[in-house]
Design a protein around this ligand. Sequence first.
Ligand code: NAI
Length: 333
Amino acid sequence: MSDPIRVLVTGSAGQIAYSLVYSIAKGDVFGKDQPVILTLLDIPSMLLVLEGIIMELQDCALPLLKEVVRTDKEAIAFKDLDVAILVGSMPRKESLEWKNLLRANVNIFRSQGAALNKYAKKTVKVLVVGSPANTNCLIAAKSAPSIPKENFSCLTRLDHNRTASQVAMRLGVSSGNVKNIIIWGNHSSTQYPDVHHAKVTVSGTEMGVFDAVKDDDWLKGDLISTVQQRGGAVIKARKLSSAMSAAKAICDHMRDIWFGTPEGHFISMGVYSNGNPYDIPDDLIYSFPVVIKNKSWKIVDGLEINDFSRGKMDATAAELVEERDMAVLFLRV
Ligand code: NAI
């Protein structure tokens, strides 16, 4: 068996982490031969909750789980990390203006980026989940200049999975029969779920999703708005935000980073936009279609973009530019 890897989950007293840490500790992400040392970081008032989670993890009797550390200190949490999954962030509140929410998150992710820079391995893979995920990820990357920007990504896999599932349900096939969905842009309601390049296997034959569904209005209308508003729909029904599905998406995202994407498949993740082939402005964390090999991602090149897609890709980019420009201002003060 190999040496244990050190994996940090921030916001680990929260809802998403409750499902996530179990999946990581039982080998769903890094494989059934990879022992892990889990570090749980949350704010001081949550340390007792973390103690309860540690007791539960112990009671699961998971052979791959070598150690669990709980802390509210960045110097402990970020030490020698192989993987950092940054879930905790300042939550949206009615009383908190968007600008002030962004400012609070800039402070959190600047501090955690600096801690990555100072304490983590230079090879650390960083996945940002806490909202606004793209801009938080950008701030963390900017605050960790000694770690390659390529090591940072943000989660849009939940939106990707939601789209695949909607298409599969529409056609009455398994979601495993749908591939090459793209989420472009921001993990927000401006995101663009794009199925122009997606394929589905129906009765043993692989075909384009537009050919299989035969309802362009749905694919360019209700499907997109359903995915864009899915988070809100879950909150309305559950009175809590998506947690099980977010944890599953984090596992899918990190497993693909660790082991690579299957041949002929691409997936969506928010990555650094510099030099991208789709005329998206530089210096954003923007969700693109990527393939992953040897723990490195590459944006899928050469996909044809029609006017419909262009407009939506640019709209979500414009939102990210606005978010970035304001966040960078906060970074300077
Ligand atoms: P939650 O409110 O249940 O848990 C958040 C946890 O983060 C809390 O325990 C809180 O104390 C902790 N926290 C806050 N500030 C922290 C800091 N500076 N350091 C460490 N921990 C801190 O929230 P939940 O449901 O687990 O969601 C977490 C985040 O993930 C939210 O921002 C949510 O909007 C986002 N999210 C993102 C998704 C995506 O696809 N990118 C999907 C679903 C949720």
